[in-house]
Design a protein around this ligand. Structure first.
Ligand SMILES: Cc1ncc(COP(=O)(O)O)c(C=O)c1O
Length: 392
């Protein structure tokens, strides 16, 4: 079979980036994947996600902040075309993906670290700080990916309390940065509260804090926030500051089970993390799906709307139940005050076929996080919660 002319399939700017990334002949096949997905997107795509088959009796999983609608059809198609190509390591494809990300984010390809989901970046950052020394300053009631790994390695984590309205207290975090601080971790939107930090305020904070220590911004849910794209903090990485921005394909792109994420950061930091050898290499199908997902802008817009509508339904549920919740949630979840023990609630909900988070953030033993499900799942959750909460 005649080889296609891969070079003619990719744009000049991408060709340069791929050269820069060291993607030569070995990367040719990967270039075809990029080109394939681009031509598919140019030809038009469908907004319909590949939603898994509905079983009304299945447990409604509303505990893991996943996307219940399924990945982009372009991602599914791209993966199915690659099923016979899994015998090789995915290094060239990883390079092509990193080049694509570098181009999108406006950073050098050496600043991109590609991993199986973003969890490995969070853990690698914790290890990085542990080796360099110093404490990590963050907020109470936030995502545990960085602090938990850090504490396990013996790094001290300083948790500043949330504000009254359950937001990050940036002033307090800023004031806590001192000679013993090694890094700062910020999750925006925050998991589990769903609260965001006003972009101008966050920018002023990063400007100041990053002049002292590395600042990690976890943007796992940013693309579903009202602030998107104003809340994206990539510009600091592009400007060469010691800032790390992490993203995942597990949320808006519905690839939690396929695993793909990346971080952008100073090149020397990315190299230090790569050199530990513990990040492993990324899986071929995840990369193929990730590239196709990025090209499927129709899917992205549709998912963004679905996540916004989903959280509105969860808010309506909380209001109907008469339960307080962290205001203005911006991810695909709400954080709700149950007025009863959260583990007891989770156990009772599971008996009724709905899985929600139990005792995870010990500071608030009566609060739980509930994430977006399909419409019938939200209804099931609402009905179950009503029965349980009105019985107390
Ligand atoms: C804020 C935040 N960051 C990172 C992650 C890690 O997700 P993954 O490893 O699937 O990319 C999660 C997962 O829920 C999260 O909520």
């Amino acid at each position: 079979m005649k080889n296609p002319d891969y070079d003619s399939l990719i744009s000049p700017s991408r060709r340069n980036l791929m050269k820069f990334a060291g993607v030569g002949a070995l990367g040719a096949a990967t270039a075809s994947l990029v080109a394939c997905s681009e031509s598919a997107s140019a030809a038009g795509t469908t907004a319909a996600a590949t939603t898994p088959a509905i079983d009304p009796n299945a447990i409604a999983i509303m505990s893991a902040n996943e996307n219940p609608y399924g990945p982009s059809p372009m991602a599914i198609e791209a993966m199915s075309k690659e099923l016979n190509n899994l015998n090789r390591y995915a290094y060239p494809l990883t390079q092509a993906f990193a080049a694509k990300i570098a181009e999108r984010e406006g950073v050098a390809v050496e600043q991109v670290l590609v991993t199986n989901g973003s969890s490995p970046i969070l853990a690698a950052f914790s290890d990085y700080v542990n080796v360099k020394g110093g404490e990590i300053v963050t907020s109470a009631i936030t995502y545990e990916g960085v602090p938990r790994v850090a504490e396990q390695a013996g790094t001290k984590v300083v948790y500043m309390p949330l504000t009254q309205d359950l937001g990050y207290d940036l002033e307090a975090i800023s004031a806590a940065i001192g000679p013993n601080t090694g890094a700062v971790y910020i999750c925006n939107p925050n998991n589990p509260t769903g609260r965001t930090i006003e972009p101008a305020k966050l920018k002023a904070f990063i400007e100041d804090a990053s002049s002292k220590v590395p600042v990690f911004i976890d943007e796992a849910y940013m693309d579903m926030a009202d602030d998107f794209p104003a809340g994206v903090m990539t510009e600091f990485v592009a400007a060469g500051k010691p800032v790390i921005v992490a993203r995942t394909f597990s949320k808006i792109y519905a690839m939690a089970g396929q695993r793909l994420g990346y971080g952008i950061m100073p090149a020397d930091m990315a190299m230090a993390m790569r050199k530990t050898g513990r990040l492993s290499s990324v899986n071929h199908l995840g990369l193929v799906a990730g590239m196709a997902s990025l090209d499927d802008t129709v899917y992205f817009d549709d998912m963004r709307l679905k996540m916004i509508k989903g959280r509105e339904k969860l808010i309506a549920m909380a209001n109907d139940l008469g339960r307080p919740y962290a205001p203005n949630p911006q991810g695909n979840f709400i954080y709700m005050d149950l007025g009863m023990n959260n583990q007891e609630f989770a156990d009772k909900m599971l008996e009724k076929g709905v899985k929600v988070v139990g005792s995870r953030w010990s500071e608030k033993p009566e609060w739980t996080r509930i994430c977006v499900g399909l419409d019938h799942e939200i209804e099931k959750c609402h009905a179950a919660a009503k029965q349980i909460l009105t019985a107390i």
